[in-house]
Design a protein around this ligand. Structure first.
Ligand code: GLU
Length: 321
C-alpha cells in the first residue's frame, strides 16, 4: 500500500460540513481503520506523500514509480495498492501504466467523500481495491483504477463528475469489472499478457501545455505557450478536436518549429480521428484518438522525454492500445 493523500485520507472534522482538507490522515491511522474492518490482507504500507492530488508532480511520481517497481520485484508481495486523490488519478494511472510491466496488479484507489463524511466511500473502495489487487486475474491488465464498485483500465479511465461517488467513467471501453468487498466479476480476459513497460522511466518530464479551444478565440495563446518554452501542445479542441483557423495556423507553425501538436477533444466521449475536418496530414498534427486532454498530455510528455518528436511516430503511440 503506497499512500499519497487525497480525499480517501481527507477530513472535514464534521459529518455534515461541505469543506474539507485532502491528505490529512496519516497512513498508520488509515491502516488501523482498514484492520478494524477485518480485511484479510497483510498490508505493508509506505507513505509517499500526504497531498491533494492537484499538487502531485515529478517528485511524487518519481518516488511512486520506484516504490511500485520495488514491490513488483518482491516475490512476497502479490499486488500494489496506491491511495490517491481523484482529481489526477487518471494521469498518475496512465503514467505508471506506460512505464511499468503489466504483470503484478497495480491498483489506484481513492474516494469522493472524506473519511468523516456521512456515507464515506473510502473504506469500501479500499476493501474493493484489496479484492482486485489480490486476485490472480487482475494480473497482466496494466494499472487499474477502482472507484464506485467498478474497475477501469488506466488508458480508459476519466473523472467525469465533480462530486458523485460514481464519478469515474471509462472511454472508449467501459468498466473492466464490477467489484464489491465480497465479489469480483471480470467482463473479459486480460489483454496485455506478458507486456513489458512501453517506456523507460524518464529523467524528467518536459513542459507540455493543454490549450482549450473556445469560440471566438484568437491565436495569441499559442504564441504565449511557445514563448514560455512549451515542448509540446495538446489541443483540447471543440468536437473532433477543432479550433478556429487562426489557431490551427498558429499550431501548424508550432509543428514546423519542432513542437509537436496533438489534437484531443474538450468533449468527454468519442474518438478524435485523423483528417476529419482538420487536415492533419498537411498540418503535421497528431489525433489523440480515445485519450482525453489530461492523458494525451502525459503520453506526449513521455514521448518527448523519450526523444520521439516525429508526428508519425507520435501518432503510432496514440493509436496503440
Ligand atoms: N482534490 C483532492 C485530490 O484530488 C481531493 C479530491 C479527491 O480525492 O476526491 O486529492
Amino acid at each position: 500500500m503506497l499512500a499519497t493523500g487525497g480525499t480517501i485520507a481527507g477530513s472535514g472534522g464534521s459529518a455534515f460540513g461541505s469543506g474539507y482538507q485532502p491528505g490529512q490522515i496519516a497512513v498508520g491511522d488509515m491502516l488501523a481503520e482498514i484492520r478494524s474492518l477485518g480485511i484479510e490482507a497483510e498490508l505493508d504500507a509506505v507513505e509517499v506523500a500526504q497531498i491533494g492530488s492537484q499538487d502531485i508532480g515529478w517528485a511524487e511520481w518519481n518516488r511512486l514509480h520506484s516504490e511500485v517497481a520495488r514491490a513488483q520485484a518482491d516475490d512476497e508481495i502479490c499486488g500494489v495498492i496506491i491511495t490517491h486523490g481523484t482529481d489526477t488519478a487518471e494521469e498518475t494511472a496512465l503514467l505508471l501504466d506506460l512505464t511499468l510491466d503489466a504483470g503484478k496488479p497495480v491498483v489506484l484507489v481513492g474516494a469522493m467523500r472524506p473519511a468523516d463524511a456521512v456515507g464515506s466511500d473510502g473504506m469500501r473502495n479500499f476493501a474493493n481495491a484489496v479484492r482486485v489487487a489480490s486476485d490472480p486475474d487482475a494480473a497482466n491488465r496494466g494499472v487499474l483504477v477502482v472507484m464506485g464498485d467498478t474497475v477501469f483500465a488506466a488508458r480508459d479511465v476519466r473523472k467525469a463528475a465533480t462530486s458523485s461517488v460514481d464519478a469515474f467513467k471509462g472511454y472508449p471501453r467501459g468498466p473492466l469489472a464490477r467489484v464489491t468487498p465480497s465479489s469480483l466479476d471480470w467482463f473479459g480476459p486480460a489483454a496485455r499478457a506478458e507486456a513489458k513497460a512501453r517506456f523507460d522511466w524518464p529523467d524528467a518530464l518536459p513542459r507540455v501545455a493543454i490549450l482549450i479551444a473556445g469560440a471566438g478565440m484568437d491565436e495569441q495563446p499559442v504564441d504565449a505557450l511557445l514563448g514560455i518554452g512549451c515542448r509540446g501542445i495538446v489541443l483540447a479542441g471543440m468536437g473532433q478536436g477543432n479550433a478556429p483557423q487562426s489557431v490551427l495556423d498558429a499550431l501548424q507553425r508550432a509543428v514546423a518549429s519542432g513542437v509537436p501538436v496533438v489534437r484531443s477533444s474538450r468533449v468527454d466521449e468519442g474518438l478524435v480521428d485523423r483528417n476529419v475536418e482538420v487536415d492533419d496530414d498537411a498540418r503535421g498534427f497528431v489525433a489523440a484518438r480515445a485519450l482525453g486532454p489530461a492523458k494525451a498530455r502525459i503520453l506526449l510528455q513521455l514521448l518527448i522525454a523519450s526523444g520521439i518528436s516525429d508526428p508519425a511516430a507520435i501518432q503510432a503511440a496514440f493509436d496503440a492500445r
